[in-house]
Design a protein around this ligand. Structure first.
Ligand code: ATP
Ligand code: MG
Length: 183
């Protein structure tokens, strides 16, 4: 599974529809302080099913919606869509028929989030598991937040163990076991 495109509308500072192509090789995003580099990475974590608004530097999930600035009024919805190339057929079985997967999350003020995979409404859990198996999820060790390195150094052993388990690719198994226990 390869992330190929990120589309952001109304999320944090990305008020106008914005599209990023993620091409093979290394992609760098540069810009002055406050231009939205961290918001971009947060948009990616959010569409992968991040449920903690605190880790999105927000004081409630609705805070990820563009809140207005100068002459621009606030928006009522935010939507992020990530396109995944599944040509290598490594997506979980339920979605593995599709060559291209489009995963989207939309939030409406005071109405929460809805998730879709290729247009079909799914649970947050389905999206989280899709990415947990690909080891790219919202909490994956592959996503390093600003300030996270110092957090890891100061972390308690249990928290550090979770990071190592994730890096070893067994986080998806834990998530599935939890899911099975709930049933
Ligand atoms: P740095 O180089 O300092 O890390 P950055 O490029 O990572 O900066 P971000 O933290 O991504 O910058 O962006 C911060 C900007 O996003 C601020 O100007 C802030 O006002 C704006 N912002 C955050 N949330 C919202 C929101 N809900 N609505 C409008 N603007 C927002
Ligand atoms: Mg930043």
């Amino acid at each position: 599974m390869q992330l190929t495109r990120l589309r952001i509308v109304g999320f944090k500072s990305f008020v106008e529809p914005t599209e990023f192509l993620i091409e093979p090789g290394l992609t760098g995003v540069i810009g002055p302080n406050g231009c939205g580099k961290s918001n971009l990475v947060e948009a990616l974590r959010w569409v992968m099913g991040e449920s903690s608004y605190k880790s999105m530097r927000a004081s409630g999930m609705d805070d990820v919606i563009f809140g207005g600035s100068g002459h621009r009024p606030a928006r009522n919805t935010a939507e992020v869509t990530v396109t995944v190339d599944n040509a290598d057929r490594t997506a979980p079985a339920a979605f593995n028929d599709a060559e291209i997967l489009e995963i989207s999350r939309k939030i409406t003020r005071e109405a929460g989030s809805t998730y879709r995979i290729n247009g079909r409404e799914v649970r947050a859990r389905d999206v989280q598991l899709l990415f947990a198996d690909a080891a790219t999820g919202a909490r994956s060790a592959a996503m390093v937040r600003q300030g996270q390195i110092s957090e890891i150094i100061a972390a308690k052993p249990q928290a550090r163990r979770r990071i190592l388990e994730d890096a070893a690719g067994i986080a998806g198994l834990h998530a599935r076991r939890h899911e099975a226990e709930l049933r």
